[in-house]
Design a protein around this ligand. Structure first.
Ligand SMILES: Cc1cc2nc3c(=O)[nH]c(=O)nc-3n(C[C@H](O)[C@H](O)[C@H](O)COP(=O)(O)O)c2cc1C
Length: 133
């Protein structure tokens, strides 16, 4: 995110992302972990979405967080950092479900936990949407 760029006009890719975020019932942020942090590209996307120039679409938006890594800690630190940033944006952060996908892609990893996570959060998003309507 750059305020200098913003002053010249919001990039089209940011507008597409912001419009999508504004339209959906909820957003799932899935992160890898690089040196115990979220990748810069995810932080940059959230920083853009926090701007009034794109309508702050994360404010009041139900959001869930997960992550996967080939390592053994399952992106715990990256997800913690991501949660803090989303709260700063005024997102409605769902405390559960929680999924730290460690050793992703290794033998024995069948992805069923990821499927259960997404089934859970999409159901929650729909329920929250119905309640708010
Ligand atoms: C420079 C670098 C640093 C990494 N640091 C961590 C780390 O701190 N914790 C972790 O769990 N995995 C770490 N990893 C492993 C990545 O999270 C893992 O490769 C991830 O699945 C990459 O996902 P992506 O290809 O979608 O970016 C690191 C990988 C790289 C290349």
């Amino acid at each position: 995110m750059s305020e200098d760029v913003e002053a010249d006009g919001v990039p089209s890719g940011v507008s597409v992302l912001a419009d999508a975020a504004a339209t959906v019932d909820g957003v799932v942020f899935a992160t890898p972990e690089y040196n115990q942090a979220i990748p810069g590209v995810i932080k940059n996307a959230i920083d853009w979405l926090s701007r009034p120039a794109v309508g702050t679409p994360l404010r009041g938006k139900p959001v869930a967080v997960t992550g996967a890594t080939t390592g053994s800690w399952g992106t715990r630190l990256a997800q913690t950092q991501l949660r803090g940033t989303l709260l700063a944006c005024g997102a409605w952060l769902m405390p559960i479900p929680v999924l730290f996908a460690a050793r992703a892609g290794s033998d024995g990893w069948d992805g069923l936990a990821i499927k259960a996570f997404f089934n859970g959060v999409t159901g929650d998003f729909k329920r929250i949407g119905r309640t708010a309507a």
